[in-house]
Design a protein around this ligand. Structure first.
Ligand code: AMP
Ligand code: TRP
Length: 345
């Protein structure tokens, strides 16, 4: 084993291909080489208001997505965050380690709080300290995420370093982000400059993991494009791997759809450019629909089947919570000793 993996997904809306290609599919592949812990982060979800019944249903949906995508609950641990007390307890200690200056730099808070900063929950502000606690409660060494979580992982490294320094212990490891594949930042289908997001009010901005073939086809057909045919290999940057920044900026929708295609088909972007350079969007979209339906169809069907069997899903989470607690509990007690909490039992 190359180390211990931890990652989390919020049960705060429907899962989309950004979640799948940016994180879940990578999480599946990493099971071969790492000890893996995958968490449905319900404590993070309530940093913005959630309906209690929907939160429960979405917790089961994220679990179903993990299972349907190929995360094996026998070898990996799958659980929901609220059921293991160490997360909230370590988060409080990290709130006291992290500096306000670090939190003030977090771009996700600025985006999510928007113009009404005064009205955002205090939880949304300290969200990164909870995320650091999730990872450090297991002393995880590697974290698969999409590009948007990079800053939070740098924050996690800073908290771990400061804790080690303050308490004179080489206690927490310094985590490595694992951000890989051709689609580490999937953009909205309606606007190639905006991240594909669970909270976008337009369902046409994203392809959900539970969308059937007709809906996938319809959403891809309606996806925003530009009037030119698709760019070819001449649009590659000097590294021969990524798109040149001029083309990526000038034609964000073309870049996004090509990246989604490359990622789904497990091909490098350069190959997608070679195949589709000069092709009209209408022809390309038909092929994109084909790979999307082929890859997502069976996962969506399996998710629906699992969601109809909440007893099984809850059993997976129960078993996962017990195994997670057995790892995090002793680590938390060592942290409490280092901090100086008097143990009376
Ligand atoms: P969230 O939905 O914010 O809980 O994200 C769960 C995981 O999916 C995280 O690792 C994110 O980085 C990843 N993710 C979310 N949206 C996207 C996106 N549009 N493109 C790529 N990865 C994403
Ligand atoms: N913040 C992550 C997101 O919104 C979810 C998350 C919570 C997470 N805790 C984590 C991801 C720990 C990786 C590791 O996508």
């Amino acid at each position: 084993m190359k180390g211990r993996i931890f990652s989390g997904v919020q049960p705060s809306g429907s899962l989309h291909i950004g979640n799948y290609l940016g994180m879940i599919r990578n999480a599946v592949a990493l099971q071969a080489d790492y000890e893996c812990i995958y968490c449905v982060v319900d404590l993070h979800a309530i940093t913005v208001r959630q309906e209690p019944e929907e939160l429960r249903a979405q917790t089961r949906e994220v679990t179903a997505a993990f299972l349907a995508s190929g995360i094996d609950p026998k070898t990996s641990i799958i659980f929901n965050q609220s059921q293991v007390a160490a997360h909230a307890e370590l988060a409080w200690i990290f709130n006291c380690v992290a500096r306000l200056g670090w939190l003030n730099r977090m771009t996700q808070f600025k985006e999510k709080a928007g113009k009404h900063r005064e009205n955002a929950s205090a939880g949304l502000y300290v969200y990164p300290a909870l995320m650091a606690a999730d990872i450090m409660a297991y002393k995880a060494t590697h974290v698969p995420v999409g590009e948007d979580q990079k800053q939070h992982l740098e924050f996690t490294r800073d908290v771990a370093l400061k804790f080690n320094h303050d308490f004179g212990a080489d206690f927490f490891p310094i985590v490595e982000p694992l951000i890989f594949g051709a689609a580490t930042r999937v953009m909205s289908l309606r606007d190639g400059t905006k991240k594909m997001s669970k909270s976008d009010p337009s369902g046409y901005s994203r392809i959900d993991m539970t969308d059937g073939p007709d809906l996938i086809a319809q959403k891809i057909r309606k996806a925003k494009t530009d009037p030119e045919p698709l760019p070819g290999p001449e649009a590659l940057a000097a590294d021969g791997l990524s798109l040149s920044s001029e083309v990526a900026v000038a034609r964000p929708e073309a870049f996004n759809l090509l990246s989604i295609y490359a990622s789904l088909a497990r091909k490098p972007l350069s190959e997608a450019l070679r195949v589709f350079g000069g092709v009209q969007f209408s022809d390309f979209k038909r092929q994109l629909t084909e790979v999307a339906v082929e890859h997502l169809g069976p996962i969506g069907t399996e998710m629906q089947r699992l969601m109809a069997d909440p007893g099984y899903v809850d059993g997976v989470l129960r078993d996962g919570a017990e195994r997670a607690d057995a790892i995090a509990g002793p680590i938390l007690r060592e942290v409490q000793d280092l901090v100086g909490f008097l143990r009376v039992k």
